[in-house]
Structures are given as C-alpha cells and as structure tokens.
Design a protein around this ligand. Structure first.
Ligand SMILES: C[S@@+](CC[C@H](N)C(=O)[O-])C[C@H]1O[C@@H](n2cnc3c(N)ncnc32)[C@H](O)[C@@H]1O
Length: 299
C-alpha cells in the first residue's frame, strides 16, 4: 500500500490552549481536538455512534466526543490522566445536575461494571484545577462553567477504565454500543514520550477521586518500555474481539531514534490480527519527532 497525502487536513497538531473543556489541562503529548475531528470527518465518519480511545491520555478524544455529542469510552493507565478524563467527560456544571449522576441512573441496570459508576465528579475537577495551577495556568470556576455552557456535550453511555489497554480485561469493562464504533488513538511513540509525572500528592488525590468514582487500577502498571508496534498489535487484537466491525484510526510518529515503524507494523497487522489496513495518510504536519501519519484499519 502506497502512502498518500491528506491535503485538506489543515488543522494544527499541537493541543489548542483555547479549546473549551480540553484547555483545562493538556499534556505535552496531547492531541489537537479540531485535528482529530477533521481527520474523522475526512474519513467519512463524522456521525459515529461512539468514540473509543485506549490510550486516552489527558482526554482530547473525550472532548472530541463531547463536540460530536456521542459517548466516549476510554482506557488510560496513569491515574492522574484518568481523573482528568473523568472531569472532561462527565462534568456538567455546578448547578447540581451532575451528568454522571444521571448517567449512573440510566445505566445502573444494564451495565453493572465498575467503569460505568462515575459518581462524584467534583474531586476530578478540583484535581484538574491543581494540575493547571502547577502549569502556571489559573483555571477559575468561571472558566469551567463558561466552557460547560459552550460545550454541554452528551456523556450518556460514556465510561473510563483505569487500566492497561494491552490487557483484554480492560476492554471487557467497556460497554458495547450499537452503530459505527470509531477507535481513534495516539499510542505512546517510544519510552521517551512525555507523560504527566505528577507529584506524589496529586497521584494520591487522583487515586482517591477515582476510588470514590468506583474505579480501581490495574493489578500491575503497564511496562512503559513496550515498543509502539507491540502496543498497537495488542490493542487491535483486543479491539477486534470487543468491537468487531469498528474502524480504527491510529496516529504514528517516528520513534525515539527518528525511525518510522510503519512498514513493519503494516506487515504485522496482516500476519497477526484479523484487521485490514485500509489507508495510510501522511498529514504533512510535523511534531518534534517528524511526520505524523494516520493508519486506518477495519476490524
Ligand atoms: C500519546 S499519549 C495520548 C495523548 C492523548 N491523545 C491526549 O490527547 O492527551 C499516550 C498515553 O497512553 C498511556 N499509556 C501508555 N501505555 C499504556 C497502556 N499499556 N495502557 C493504557 N494506557 C497507556 C500513557 O499514559 C499516555 O497518557
């Protein structure tokens, strides 16, 4: 398969500090919400039933789902980032109409799994404000409430798993939703990928907030040295079992040595998964590591 250009993708790759809800806290390796939406639209998928991101990070895809008004299903191993995602998915304003409570009521009967009981979103919002303050950015209640007015979104049916995306059990906690499932993800490109590295007190605060929301972490934290291609193969194998028929959009940047992993990855997908690679785009956008490519697979 020959890579080809993605000429109408004009949006930027770095996170947008003015993006409502997403701006509350962005990691250095967070995605740009408008770019992800543009790519989803370019692929003819602008009306998915659900967005899934197994490497959810600070939740830019959760915000993309909010903008589309569809549920978001995420997996993330870093408790601080899981907490950030919880705030970005579920916070619905300080008027007492906490969306998570309504979500809980609507789903309690059908999905008793731990990932769909996100009660108590305020502590996640408090953590986000502390993280923002550590970045030197004063995030006021007014900013947050303004964003909620701009982007009320629709979180019904959303859930977040604090877990290892390479493990099948993380996926079984994600409920199936009928209709077009779009998996959009940006796996870590190498061991040098930046991460939250929050101070221990914030990690403890995040773990408490997650525990109050009914979330437990993985038995063992994932090995950060797993190479990009191994992560993608493990995730595709889990995704094709849980969401057969889904379309997966996977971001790729050169590895820590500046090399592309794509030629080997495309061969491995054909040999060791049931997924079909449908397209490979070069966005002509560069991060510090080099060209951002988008691999599109049907599961
Ligand atoms: C490139 S970042 C994702 C950035 C995200 N798109 C955002 O906007 O913030 C990759 C994320 O994958 C997470 N991660 C790494 N290995 C993982 C694993 N095995 N399971 C789940 N999450 C993992 C990292 O903690 C990191 O937050």
């Amino acid at each position: 398969m020959k890579p080809f250009g993605f000429p109408s993708c004009l949006a930027e790759y770095l996170p947008d500090p003015s993006e409502p809800v997403d701006r509350w806290y962005q990691a250095a390796n967070s995605s740009n919400v408008s770019t992800t939406l543009r790519i989803i639209e370019e692929l003819g998928l602008s009306a998915p039933a659900v967005l899934v991101d197994p490497f959810a990070g600070a939740g830019s895809l959760a915000v993309a789902a909010r903008r589309l008004g569809v549920p978001f299903l995420g997996i993330e191993c870093d408790p601080v980032l899981v907490s950030v995602c919880m705030a970005k998915i579920f916070y619905a304003g300080s008027d007492g109409s906490d969306r998570s409570a309504r979500h809980h009521e609507s789903l309690a009967d059908e999905s008793p799994g731990q990932s769909v009981l996100p009660m108590g979103i305020e502590p996640h919002v408090a953590l986000v404000r502390e993280l923002a303050a550590k970045q030197g950015h004063r995030l006021t209640h007014h900013d947050i409430e303004t964003d909620i007015t701009t982007l009320p979104g629709s979180a019904a049916g959303s859930s977040m798993v604090w877990g290892d995306a390479t493990q099948e059990m993380s996926w079984t906690d994600l409920q199936r939703i009928s209709g077009q499932v779009v998996i959009y993800t940006s796996p870590p490109f190498g061991p040098a990928s930046p991460r939250s590295d929050a101070e221990p007190d914030l990690v403890i605060q995040a773990v408490d907030a997650l525990s109050n929301s009914g979330l437990r972490g993985p038995e063992r934290p994932p090995d950060r040295r797993v190479p990009y291609n191994d992560l993608v193969i493990a995730v595709l194998r889990n995704a094709e079992k849980r969401f057969p028929g889904a379309r997966a959009i996977i971001e790729h940047e050169p590895d820590d040595a500046g090399l592309s992993q794509l030629p080997e990855l495309v061969g491995r997908i054909a040999n060791s998964t049931g997924a079909r690679v449908e397209a490979l785009f070069e966005t002509r956008r560069f991060s510090a590591r080099g060209m951002l490519s988008i691999l599109v697979c049907d599961l």
